[in-house]
Write a protein that binds this ligand. Structure first.
Ligand code: HEC
Ligand code: HEC
Length: 270
């Protein structure tokens, strides 16, 4: 091609230099890229936790309810604070996912969205894949669920509420039961603005209690304060895991569905 040996050497040198330089640039690029990728890689659970202010969480959850509903409100009330305190990996989490818990999952009124959001937040910071390591997060979650069944709620009044809200006891973790029992006490309809505000207060209440539990867990001081009721424990001795009949998995207040004045199931042996 008419290139002299010298020219060939020169262009090879330029090429070598270019490759060297280019290669270096590439490897810098690759290292920087790898570091960024490493920083951005979503780690497995549990994610790091720092104590957060339960009152700040409650207010954020209340606002979150009016943005993405109950489940999102509780979750983002907590995780939003961790985003501020810790940053990544929390900043990488698409909290919009939690919107689907709305109204007992997709508005079907099954598991209360507040509880769904609380369970998700708890598992995010204390959970793990190994089945042995699920025991602690599950205990914290069960504490929130039992507290919810047994306590007069909502027990947090937001700073600037839209209405004043009366309390009720659900004896159930179901959105349907919880809402309907409140409607009976309050005298408002299930699709009223007041009921919506009640669920916003409930979102704040559940987020606050969950943050308190996570904080006490961070201090190594978590204890279950709300075990199943004595009546429910009695039922489970004959019906739950390890019992002779073992015909239920219900780790919840049995009386919420069985033996209520209206939804009565006559017990043959009691
Ligand atoms: C001492 C043991 C014992 C305890 C405690 C107990 N059960 Fe039972 N339960 C039984 C037995 C035995 C049967 C089945 C009776 C039969 O089929 O004749 C039964 C049946 C039932 C049934 C089915 C009823 C039906 O219509 O077929 C329900 C629901 C039930 N129990 C709920 C409860 C709940 C809720 C509690 C607690 C409030 C409870 N049980 C406590 C022993 C117990
Ligand atoms: C969310 C409502 C709900 C809760 C809470 C609940 N149950 Fe039930 N349970 C049901 C329904 C619905 C059935 C099915 C009734 C039917 O077969 O018609 C049932 C059935 C049963 C049966 C009958 C099983 C059979 O063989 O017929 C037993 C026993 C039972 N439940 C025990 C319990 C116990 C014990 C608890 C508390 C630890 C409990 N349940 C909590 C709704 C509930």
């Amino acid at each position: 091609m008419g290139l002299s040996r010298r020219e060939l050497m020169r262009s090879a040198g330029v090429l070598a230099a270019a490759t060297g330089f280019g290669g270096l640039a590439l490897s810098i690029g690759a290292t920087a890229g790898a570091q960024t990728a490493e920083k951005q890689a979503v780690p497995d659970l549990p994610w790091p936790y720092k104590k957060i202010d339960p009152l700040v969480v409650a207010e954020a959850a209340y606002a979150g309810y009016y943005k993405g509903a109950c489940c999102y409100g509780v979750f983002e009330g907590i995780v939003g604070q961790l985003k501020k305190e810790i940053g990544a990996p929390y900043t990488l989490f698409p909290s919009t996912l939690l919107v689907v818990g709305q109204g007992g999952v997709a508005d079907t009124a099954s598991l209360c969205g507040c509880l769904n959001g609380a369970a998700s937040a708890i598992f995010l910071v204390t959970g793990a894949m190994e089945s042995k390591k699920r025991e602690l997060p599950y205990t914290i979650i069960q504490e929130v669920f039992n507290w919810y069944e047994q306590t007069e709620l909502p027990d947090y009044r937001p700073k600037t509420p839209k209405f004043d809200i009366v309390k009720s006891v659900s004896r159930s973790t179901l959105c349907h039961v919880s809402v309907t029992k409140w409607c009976k006490v309050a005298g408002f309809k299930a699709f009223s603005k007041e009921r919506s505000e009640r669920c916003a207060w409930l979102t704040a209440s559940v987020a606050k209690y969950t943050a308190e539990l996570l904080n006490s867990h961070a201090d190594g001081a978590f204890k279950m304060a709300h075990p199943l009721t004595a009546a429910t424990k009695t039922c489970r001795t004959c019906h739950d895991k390890g019992s002779k009949r073992e015909d239920t998995r219900a780790m919840q207040d049995c009386g919420g569905c069985h033996f209520t004045p209206k939804a009565k199931t006559a017990h043959p042996k009691l």
